[in-house]
Design a protein around this ligand. Sequence first.
Ligand code: NAD
Length: 471
Amino acid sequence: MKCDLYVDGTWTASASAERIDVVDPTTEERIGDVPAGSSEDVDLAVAAARRALPSWSQTEPNVRAEFVSRLADELERRQDQITDIVVAEVGTPRRVARWAQVGLGIVDLREAVTAAENFPFEEALRNSLIVREPVGVIGCITPWNYPLHQITAKLGAALVTGCTVVVKASEVAPFTARALAEAVDAVGIPAGVFNLVHGYGPIVGEAIAVHPDIDMVSFTGSNSVGKRVLELAAGTVKRVSVELGGKSAAVLLDDLDADDFAKAVQHTVRACFMNGGQSCNAQTRMVVPRSRLAESEELAAEAVAAYIPGDPTDGDTKLGPMVTAAQRERVLGYIRTGVKEGAKLVAGSVDAPTGTGYFVEPTVFSEVDPDATIAQEEIFGPVLSIIPYDTPGHAVEIANGRIFGIAGAVWSSDPERAKSVARKLRATQIEVNGGKFNGAAPFGGFKQSGHGREGGSFGLEEFTEIKSLQL
Ligand code: NAD
């Protein structure tokens, strides 16, 4: 019997005998399996988290932060090993996986530690003492695309604020979560503070969403499942934060000179195609002045030529496979729809490359109607849509003309003008002239991209209840 759930500080067997195969998307070979867990597994994990809560929530914040800091150190020691796991189960090119997958997970934990140092766990307000207490037991339901970061973005903040957690990792990429649990075990985080269950969403995920002893669900994943989790959680009026899909736009303003325009296009291609386009914040729409459409097409075609689908373990590869055969079919379906709806295919193909692996050609469409399916729906693959605009106001209208709002970008030769346009975009993280990622800045969704924020002190606020003592 395999003991591959981590419950109450112990490797534990699932109550279910059913297993889920895990497949390497590059070789199409089975690389192992995990249990298709049951609601009994969830009950045990929740009971352990509940037992651990009184002591953990009373532990001094600096001691909790010290545990999280040691966990970050441990992940750093294991960075190469965990990178290999991510490459095998997600297909992210190794050169990207090391920093964007595993490195980002470490950053999440370190930012939570830093935020805890200055977090107002208690503060005076006239005659009141405002107290921020842990919400309690948190159910974390996470996706496959960044299988470490999507857990650590929740875990670091939950642990430093004194919450205990039950994590349900994605069944598509569960081995990274197992590696995280091994690191948790190695640094001696007290039993029951972190628990990991595996299984299918409709069984294990739903058992978490309805569980009366879970105080909050922190969900990252697709819109349809996020809505289902919100509905189920309503039965116990638990707090839910949802981080859902996106369709982010990069707006290139008309004042850029040729060099800066080229830089903006190259940057947008990178921001679209990273992790094979399987990122919620992928910049999948490039909104350009109509007068510069031909220039945009040429530059984008040139930039994507470097994204030759290939073996993600090879250090030169920039584009790995899609995570599953189903995901490849979904992406190819969107490319066919793009052609059918009349968009101009500048690069890529409606057919997958021949051979083994769930690969898709990097694809660029131009003259895309802002209301076309490929400009409206989240494709989650290496597909960029170039959309022309007539005035800056029109560009903002296009960028905001979606039900989503996670991220975006604005490029202009005038930084003040760029900032002014960035303020008009209804999304959470906007890069201005290629501004760098900041792990302490808030991440999350406007509109149907969800609600709640992760990152730095904003993440900590998610996991606290605020109360006041009138003195
Ligand atoms: P998904 O919604 O299919 O699955 C996410 C998680 O929910 C998995 O663990 C899955 O097992 C579980 N689940 C499935 N059905 C469930 C149910 N009925 N009840 C409870 N849980 C259930 O998403 P995915 O395919 O794993 O990930 C891709 C999606 O995640 C994309 O839409 C992407 O945009 C989104 N995402 C969003 C963010 C963000 O921060 N906003 C980050 C990464 C990914």
